[in-house]
Unconditional design. Sequence first.
Length: 458
Amino acid sequence: MENKIYLTDSEMPRQWYNLAADLPNPLNPPLGPDGNPITPDMLAPVFPMNLIEQEMSQERWIDIPDGIQQLLARWRPSPLHRAIHLEKALGTPAKIFYKNESVSPAGSHKPNTAVAQAWYNKEFGIKKITSETGAGQWGSALSYACALIGLECKIYMVRISFDQKPFRKTMMETWGGTCIASPSEFTNAGRDVLAKTPDTPGSLGIAISEAIEDAVSDESGQTRYSLGSVLNHVMLHQTVIGLEAKKQLAKAGIKKVDTVIGCAGGGSNLAGLAFPFVNDKINGDDIEILAVEPASCPTLTRAPFMYDHGDIAKMTPMLPMHSLGHNFIPAPIHAGGLRYHGMAPLVSHAVMEGLISPVSIKQLECYEAALTFARTEGLIIAPETSHAVAQAIRSANEATKEGKERVIVFNLSGHGLMDLNGYAKYLGGELTNYELPQDELEKSIEMIKDQPKATVEK
Ligand SMILES: *Cc1c(COP(=O)(O)O)cnc(C)c1O
């Protein structure tokens, strides 16, 4: 049996898979300030029109342009590994596979959409892109993509991560990008937050407001904003992960996958691996698909499914998603990429349809899983990714109890070599578990209770 399954460049997928085409119930549309569905031209100051069209597309398969194919081929296809050393340590009959997205130059799955978005912006005549970053993975992925394509790149980085992960800023600058701690004094949104809470750790919701404000206030009209997760076109671009994985599993002789796992911040790495399997599930296959989130930011497991803004200053349209409220400031856990109040509408919708099941796991179990993984498979994974590994270990242990040879596939969304501060704290015994208290959750949701309800009929 092969333990690393590779594809050749010519075996890379030529099309992205769009789950929106196959959902049993149609997606709820995003709503504008007047409560009506938004039109493409309302998004035009924020995104280039070619990406807006993709955002709204109902086509099942969308061709990957040659230019993007060549950019992806700089590091893709990514390998699929069988975690034989982890299996052995767990003494499980389960077969555990992981898709290794940490092999990209920026160290995560995020360049898959960064190169596509940068390419479409360039095609549309844009000169500069602004964005936010949580743990710094997205900011570095976008800086990398902009360097390859020849665009200016400006990143607002959530304060807590800016302080915890200083080398991410250096990566962005090495690729020619600019990186600013958020909230900042550069925007109205940032100044507002600083006036009220000068010591805030920041949040993705604040940083998104700053980056959008920066983009739409460029009077030359040549700046656009880019989002690293959540939106439909981002989920779409990430599906190369699952499409490759299916080919690789077939090569490994796997006929049936039982469990597919991804950690979920905004939902994109999960969607990337899982959506092609969600398609199989819609068509009758019995597959368990698990979205794993931190207990400190329990969007899918505990927040309502409703309409909410993606950012604190309400600059984004209202999206139908599970949301802890756009004012929610998550606890400063080390999995910075999972500290987001909302969720991709496509992932939320799939949860409402019963196609994806959410799970939340506390920080210490995740770090313990990360150490087990490092000491068996050898890879030091991102704190975000440790949520997927913790669940893979839980699922394997269930298989052991049942004495079943389950096939488990998870997404190794990124390496943790820029996240060693978190490891150091864990190894030094300084980390604790933090579960969001019910009263805090209710207070945050109370603030959005008058916003429209979204529904998915079962
Ligand atoms: C950004 C990030 C995540 C979370 O974002 P999703 O959109 O939910 O994938 C997970 N893992 C890593 C390594 C990341 O960089």
